[in-house]
Design a protein around this ligand. Sequence first.
Ligand SMILES: C[S@@+](CC[C@H](N)C(=O)[O-])C[C@H]1O[C@@H](n2cnc3c(N)ncnc32)[C@H](O)[C@@H]1O
Length: 291
Amino acid sequence: MAQGDAHTDDRDEDLVVTSLRRAGCVFAEDEARILREAAVSAVHFEELLAARTAGAPLEHVVGHVEFGRLRLQVGPGVFVPRQRTLLLAELTVHAVQAARSSDTPTPVFVEAFSGVAPLAASVHAAAPQAEIHVTDIDEQALAFARANAGADAGVHRGDVLAGLPHRLRGTVAVIAAVPPYVPVPHASLLPREARDHEPSAALFGGDDGLAHARALIEQSVAWLRAGGRLLMELHAGQLDEALRTIDLEVFSIAHHLADDGQTVVLDLTAAARTCPIRTRATDRSCDGMPS
Ligand SMILES: C[S@@+](CC[C@H](N)C(=O)[O-])C[C@H]1O[C@@H](n2cnc3c(N)ncnc32)[C@H](O)[C@@H]1O
């Protein structure tokens, strides 16, 4: 809503803030301002306010989320990028920049489980020379990813990495992801907004939360180039179990703990010669893999 049209007297403003506060919005004044900025008319403002006080996430209501210096498009029915993912975004940008060399002027970057593609958008903004691809199983999320990841990004629908073009096998410099990693038994601990308004496929990763993470680690080997990196956000409490699945002949391992003490970024570097990862469940040879 244009500033001039946004006029409300103090009494109206108090009512708006009070109704937001009653609906459980802790930062009610800030939210009132954000709703006003997003509204294109007084009627529209009332609609946005009604949606928010009915419990819809603010980002779904206004259609965007601030992510670092970026404003990303989001909307109803998709996962809203979290501020805790800024650590992964920063590490991802550094990894892509470090992958750039005279031999590789356009390193290939893939955001897996991309949702609306906050990591690809970060790479696009800070390392525009990279060849960017995003992949997700949800077409609704990919519609937003198309808007956020840059006009040249490849947008691919598929299970884990299966939707990527075959020509990328063995060429990817960096894969980064926030897989769905909430353990199903922890569902009741999630904020109500997430449970009620984000798709469960975007949140849960099986009984221990690591089902998608394991699939990504296993599948990444075929797509990474020698020395390529896989960066993945998890909960710090999942780190030990995740590390147990990794074959040290295939990846060298680092991790980075966020300031919140709860978020961790697993940072895997593929060995010079990659082969399918051996987990407790699989023990495969390197035959037929790119070297
Ligand atoms: C936690 S969200 C992360 C989105 C984004 N990276 C972010 O941080 O905002 C996980 C995403 O994984 C997608 N997803 C769930 N299962 C999948 C699968 N089997 N293959 C590909 N994507 C999947 C969901 O659609 C969702 O968009």
